[in-house]
Write a protein that binds this ligand. Structure first.
Ligand code: DGY
Length: 323
């Protein structure tokens, strides 16, 4: 009988599928796990199901010799030491595809909220400050004809681009290589700085890696056209948050829409009081539908590995899988 450790309850009924034939330990919701606490929690488990805020460091692979699979309940796997997993013989899986539309929708919710000042308008009405229609009340920015600059044209970046067609935006993108997206005319810009210089709306969709950590720093933020909007639904560490605050304070940007933060769940105090930013609590994949299918996929991946098969959505294939 295999042992499966789960760091938090997941939405839907998917975890129940693990019960037959396996011993399942589900931790009650609580602060994210990491360090020695994670090692202790995994213990003698054969499989770990964890959340994106949990940290799975190299010591987990070294000190938990029965562990065969880490199934991350997220598409991003920056919280797992992937190289240690690979060399230790442990599969790492993620949840691609099933959250693409939900996350692209949320990126667009942020783009529209910042461009059309949705948060400010909501606040004005609730505070009783709406005294009647005025020609110049809370004027926003039109998106039609403007350029959407996408960094990372993977699944989510492509879904954001598809939605931009309906808004009449020009689309340019930067990534490792050009990629054709059906129904979308998008220009590949090999030089990130050149993309930034044209992006009226910048939307970030790259994974967090050593190469993308603080990719969007102060110098790059200052390349954006005056009035540009920065939207981040990828990982907070891709943007130098302190620099973003400084550049927003200098008044050259139109605003920012953020779903993720450099020191999540902490949010830079310089962002909290600003009316030109919209701040969400990492809701990218947060629809009932997406989160339920993510749970099913996580369970399928664990069951596959425990049955001696490759998982459905591997993020890391081990050098020599543990048996
Ligand atoms: C992920 O799955 O990596 C997303 O950030 C969740 O919203």
């Amino acid at each position: 009988m295999a042992e499966i450790a789960v760091t938090a309850p997941l939405p839907g009924d998917a975890l129940a599928r693990l019960d037959g034939g396996h011993q399942v330990r589900v931790r009650a919701s609580g602060p994210a796990l990491g360090g020695r606490d994670m090692v202790e929690f995994v213990g003698a488990a054969d499989a770990l199901i964890c959340l994106l805020a949990d940290r799975v460091a190299a010591e987990v692979f070294a000190l938990c010799p029965r562990l065969k699979v880490v199934a991350n309940y997220a598409v991003g796997v920056n919280n797992v030491d992937l190289e240690a997993a690979r060399t230790s013989g442990v599969w790492v899986t993620n949840t691609p595809d099933v959250l693409t539309d939900a996350t692209a929708d949320l990126a667009w919710a942020l783009i529209l909220a910042v461009a059309r000042r949705v948060g400010e308008g909501d606040g004005l009405v609730r505070s009783g400050g709406f005294t009647g229609w005025k020609p110049d009340l809370l004027l926003g920015t039109s998106l039609q004809g403007k350029t959407l600059g996408i960094v990372g044209m993977g699944r989510i970046g492509a879904a954001v681009a598809r939605r931009a067609v309906g808004f009449g935006m020009r689309i340019a993108y930067h990534g490792r290589a050009p990629r054709a997206v059906a129904g979308v005319e998008a220009e590949f810009v090999p030089d990130l700085d050149a993309l930034l210089a044209r992006a009226d709306v910048l939307s970030l969709h790259c994974p967090l890696t050593p190469q993308t950590r603080r990719l969007i720093d102060e110098r790059r933020l200052r390349l954006l056209p005056r009035g540009a909007i920065v939207v981040n639904t990828s990982r907070g560490e891709v943007v130098d948050e302190e620099a973003l605050v400084r550049v927003l304070e200098s008044g050259v940007l139109g605003g920012a829409g953020l779903d993720v933060y450099e020191r999540e769940p902490e949010v830079h105090h310089g962002l909290l009081g600003r009316m030109d930013v919209v701040l969400l609590p990492h809701l990218g994949s947060g629809t009932r539908e997406a989160r339920a299918v993510m749970a099913e996929l996580v369970v399928d991946n664990v069951l596959a590995v425990l049955a001696g098969k490759p998982p459905l959505t591997p993020a890391v294939k081990p050098l020599v899988p543990r048996s």
